[in-house]
Design a protein around this ligand. Structure first.
Ligand SMILES: Nc1ncnc2c1ncn2[C@@H]1O[C@H](COP(=O)(O)OP(=O)(O)OP(=O)(O)O)[C@@H](O)[C@H]1O
Length: 278
């Protein structure tokens, strides 16, 4: 892992560059319609948007996990450290330091918590001692996992499984983690705890995050920069602090407006887009 990120490093070098990508499923369903985004080294970048906006598809396009779902990047490019990674298989990308934590955790249910964590180290060839040290590092961020290390993962809670998925990703010594909806199905207090851990890993280990989230409020509290995706298009982006104060974001994604609280679902999408694109 990299040295601890210094604030001055944030927003400097761009690690990941997604350039105008289009994704089509089953040869006909156009889901991403020209998505572009940059992920700077040492930052937490949030990809926000409601159900079905295309967040997961964007992450899978980056990590080349679309093929198994009959999806295809038909236009645009994805670059990591300036290199085209479009044609690389997911394992090659892991070796380059990019790993995805899938939505819905995907633990190996019959393995113990610790065995699950160890599967994350399978690409490494730097010896047992380093792997053991990283296991302790993971336990230092997730003490709950140390307590549960001998438990079968299938019998742990949703929050613990999210921690296992994140810990397993850390075991590959990633430079960049693509984290898909860590808040899904978790109680608010636990969501906050997970985000606090993301923040510590970012600050102390220098790990870069691209975080897909529906929970705009929480994501903008912890991210440095955000992109808002709607129906396969980026409709807005900016520093997280600015997005938090933006009246449209407040109204449609944070449930607040000058006229009182309002759900963005109540508002027809054409009105939202019209405002943002005008
Ligand atoms: N394998 C697939 N085949 C066809 N359509 C798909 C497939 N996977 C996703 N889609 C469609 O692509 C669109 C975007 O889905 P995606 O999962 O990327 O959105 P999301 O923003 O991550 O939403 P969620 O938060 O619900 O996961 C949706 O309309 C979805 O139905």
């Amino acid at each position: 892992m990299l040295d601890a990120a210094k604030t001055s490093d944030v927003q400097t070098e761009t690690l990941l560059e997604v350039n105008n990508i289009e994704v089509i499923y089953n040869h006909v369903i156009l889901v991403l319609k020209g998505v572009s985004l940059n992920v700077p080294k040492g930052g937490i970048t949030a990809l926000l948007g409601g159900n079905g906006a295309g967040k997961t598809t964007t992450l899978k396009a980056i990590s080349n996990l679309l093929r198994s779902e009959r999806g295809e990047v038909t236009k645009g490019s994805v670059k990591y450290r300036g290199q085209d990674v479009h044609e690389e298989d997911p394992a090659a990308l892991v070796r380059q330091g990019v790993i995805q934590v899938m939505e819905g955790r995907h633990c190996f249910e019959h393995l113990t918590v610790e065995e699950n964590l160890m599967t994350g180290a399978y690409t490494r060839a730097d010896g047992k001692a380093n792997i053991a040290a990283d296991l302790e590092m993971v336990y230092s961020y997730f003490p709950r996992l140390k307590e549960r290390r001998k438990s079968q993962a299938g019998y742990t809670s949703g929050g613990e499984q999210q921690m296992v998925a994140m810990g397993r990703a850390l075991m590959s010594r990633p430079e960049t983690v693509l984290l898909d909806e860590p808040s899904m199905g978790l109680a608010p207090q636990l969501v906050e705890q997970i985000f606090e851990i993301v923040k510590s890993i970012n600050e102390q280990e220098g790990v870069t995050f691209l975080l897909a989230e529906q929970n705009t409020n929480m994501a903008l509290k912890y991210a440095h920069y955000g992109y808002i995706l709607e129906s396969g298009r980026i409709v807005m982006d900016g520093p997280a602090a600015e997005l938090r104060e933006n009246p449209d974001v407040k109204e449609f994604y944070l449930g607040m407006s000058d006229e009182g609280r309002k759900s963005f679902r109540d508002v027809r999408s054409y009105r939202r887009r019209k405002r943002w694109l005008s």
